[in-house]
Design a protein around this ligand. Structure first.
Ligand SMILES: [Zn+2]
Length: 475
């Protein structure tokens, strides 16, 4: 069990200065935290202090990267018991680094990744330090120009090109990007942040690696996944890695739904209130985009059928709960109970079958085809309404659902005079967001919530392109 190289006496020569450094840093930090000097300095001084601290951090990181690199070297021995990790009782380098430095797993693996490209290789026989994979990057690290973030930003894209780009090409590119990191770049800009370094390195990698797209895509394809987690009280967690074109598609659908590309007309009621601001977060909107996309797909009739029918979500509810509007409903494959409002919403769209049962379990009613608007009705309603009829909402007809203005369960017919277009979000929350809808001689009218329009006036929905056009012609 050799402790390897003769430089092991280094602990003593390194330990003292590091202990000094730590003591000094401790004093500075204590002063800064307790003296109120941070609160007293001007803006530019505060910014400079932050920058200086980052400089110290980059130097500390440089030394840590090197130390981790050495741990890695000592743990790469073929014989397992002779590895440093084994000797210290750790499964691998990651665990050892986490234990010793107390950083989290991802930070430990970033240190290792950085070490791989900047650690010097070592001559087997003499123990002499040789060149690193990217020597110019190592120099910049030792100079305190780049820390872990900067090293990975530059090395990541370049090393990803693998054998397709010769080492000389990578080194040349690293040299140019490192100049940018030092603030010596050709464009004369100040030292670049890690994000910009990554952009530059990626540009180099693309230029050097003309055939890189295909292997990269293969890798992306291999890594793609989507996982639905176990349902908890807050919902179903989702995680995954989308292929770029899939994400782009989702984004496009999202944009189509949420960018107002029609001019708002308020022809017959100039006193109409401003449409309310959409107070959903970006994440909530994206969720709702996915919800309507799934709805459109399920209702399209283009999906494979199950037992001869379109994929059907079966929602069961007791007669009593349905009548009272309270209690719970249950959806197939969804362990958490749903509210009756949700059950009504999902039951409103064509692909859902509703099963109503008595307390003893006997089935009283099964949702049948006649509660579903057929294709012709849908087209007619779409022509009349144009898009979601809630003012200010721009979701186009193709992405909407048809809402029974008078609920089917309360005798509302599945007739064009009783169906209006609502987007997934407004359909889902129509009972709680304060908007009211009624039909007047076959034309939908909406009434804004009180806080938005205290006059509580009913106004015809002006979303239909045909109705707008005829109004324009009249004036
Ligand atoms: Zn809407």
């Amino acid at each position: 069990m050799s402790e390897a190289l003769p430089r092991m006496g280094g602990m003593n020569t390194l330990a003292a200065p590091i202990a000094d450094l730590r003591q000094q840093a401790g004093r500075v930090v204590r002063d800064a935290a307790t003296s109120g000097v941070l609160q007293g300095v001007g803006d530019s001084d505060l910014a400079r202090i932050l920058g200086e601290l980052a400089g110290v951090q980059r130097l500390v990181e440089a030394a840590m990267i090197d130390a981790v690199g050495e741990v890695m070297r000592r743990s790469e021995v073929a014989s397992v018991p002779d590895r440093m990790t084994s000797r210290l009782g750790c499964r691998d380098v990651g665990e050892l680094v986490e234990r010793v430095t107390r950083v989290a797993g991802p930070a430990a693996s970033r240190l290792q990744k950085a070490a791989k490209v900047v650690r010097p290789s070592i001559a087997d026989t003499t123990g002499e330090l040789l060149e690193a994979e990217l020597p110019v990057l190592r120099d910049a690290m030792i100079d305190g120009v780049v820390g872990v973030d900067g090293v990975l930003a530059i090395a990541g894209p370049l090393m990803e090109t693998g054998r397709r780009v010769p080492r000389a090409g990578k080194r040349h590119a690293a040299g140019v990007v490192v100049a940018g990191a030092r603030g010596d770049g050709p464009d004369g800009s100040p030292p670049l942040s890690a994000e910009l370094l990554r952009v530059q390195a990626s540009t180099w990698a693309l230029a050097l690696d003309q055939d890189g797209a295909e292997p990269r895509e293969r890798q992306v394809a291999r890594k793609r996944f989507l996982r639905l987690g176990a349902e908890n009280a807050y919902g179903v967690p989702i995680s995954g890695l989308l292929m770029p074109e899939v994400a782009a598609q989702l984004q496009q659908i999202h944009n189509a739904q949420h960018s107002p590309h029609t001019v708002e007309f308020t022809l017959d009621h100039t006193d109409a209130p401003e449409p309310p601001p959409d107070d959903r977060t970006h994440g909530q909107k994206l969720h709702d985009t996915l919800a309507s996309a799934l709805h459109v797909a399920a209702a399209s009739g283009a999906l494979p059928t199950i037992g001869g029918a379109a994929p059907t979500l079966v929602v069961s509810v007791t007669e009593e709960d349905l009548q009272s509007g309270r209690g719970y409903a249950h959806a197939d494959g969804c362990p958490q109970p749903l509210s009756i409002a949700t059950a009504l919403h999902v039951a409103c769209s064509g692909v859902i079958q509703r099963v109503v049962s008595r307390p003893d379990g006997r089935i009283v009613r099964i949702g049948t085809e006649d509660r579903v608007f057929n294709r012709h009705q849908r087209r007619a309603i779409a022509l009349r309404d144009g898009r979601c009829i809630i003012p200010g909402c721009h979701v186009p007809a193709a992405w909407t659902e048809i809402h029974h203005v008078t609920d089917y369960a309360k005798g509302g017919p599945t007739h064009t005079d009783n169906g209006v277009l609502l987007c997934w979000y407004h359909h889902r929350y129509i009972d709680t967001i304060g908007w009211k809808i009624r039909m007047k001689a076959g034309v939908p009218e909406v009434r804004a919530p009180y806080w938005l329009d205290p006059s509580m006036k009913w106004r015809p929905a002006t979303t239909s392109p045909t109705r707008l056009r005829s109004k324009v012609m009249q004036t």
